[in-house]
Design a protein. Sequence first.
Length: 375
Amino acid sequence: MRKLPALTAVAVLGLGLTACTTDPEPAAPGDTTGPIAVKATDTSCEVARGENAAGTVTFNITNSGAKVTEFYVYAAGDRVMGEVENIAPGLTRELRVELPAGTYETACKPGMIGKGIRGAFKATGSAAPLTADAKLAEASANYQRYIQSQTAALLPKTEEFVAAVKAGDVAKAKALFPIARTYWERIEPVAEIFGDLDPKIDGRAEVIEEGMAFTGFHRLEQDLWEKNDIGKSGPIADQLLVDVKEIVAKANAEKLSPLQLANGAKELLDEVASGKITGEEDRYSHTDLWDFAANVEGSKAAVQALRPTLEERAPELVAGLDAAFKTVDDTLAKHRDGDGWKLHTALSQADLKELTDVINALAEPISKIAAVISK
């Protein structure tokens, strides 16, 4: 998802508590297996080395610039192998990613926009995949079944939403908007893998800065709530449905690695901190809490898929995760409104602070999962 270059104080608070601020130890000369230091500035992306042994690769990204940045590892066709978003100035974030032998690109994205400052990267040799472990293989299979269950609802709900827009039924389209997006938000870790499909479906107006057309859910949201005119929205609605059908087909065929599950669980919480709590995500409809709940549910599904391995290797971490998820669920439940959620505009600063605090508390143990499963 494309985010605003600037974050509010609430969002920075939510991200800062889950990142370290010390520079990573550099790898020894000639080492092709140790952590790789990345120095990101507003104009450069210095990756300490451009080659690593195949298997689990660890990047420690330090933002030495003035802008919030992101770091990506891409395979051919801009297929996302791993990413870390919302790295605030002065902070260091870790990314663990599983890379089979092959050629890749690294990218820093100062301001979190554009194609990024890119460099070549190579994984060499061979390594047994993490799914050689039976429990981790089952985790990937279980999560794929979860994705299939969510896409089975995403497509018909998007079809209903598109039909309402094309029929000019504003009230029905507004009611269906957050429902369709619930299924989308739950599967974002896999949806974000496929190049420009994610911003086409879920990009906000800032994608224009990247040379893209403003389309998808949020363009229709703007038409419905801000412009109050969907008379010419039919082509945008049609394109949304085409793009959703493509993402559903690709997501159902995709087999995520265990590290992608772990990273995805954390990325979904970053989504909450940077967009949902701040009200930037659904800025026209203010239905952000629907997305908030869906992101948390998607994160929980990824963690649950990994649970057998976590219980075996780090039972104390599982206990902490269970408690933190319950706290988030209980806190969010205060803002129920019938079968849905209160509008973001109905929340007080105290409400937002409480939600920020419980997301921080959940993000801390989730950030440890990748290290546990890549042992």
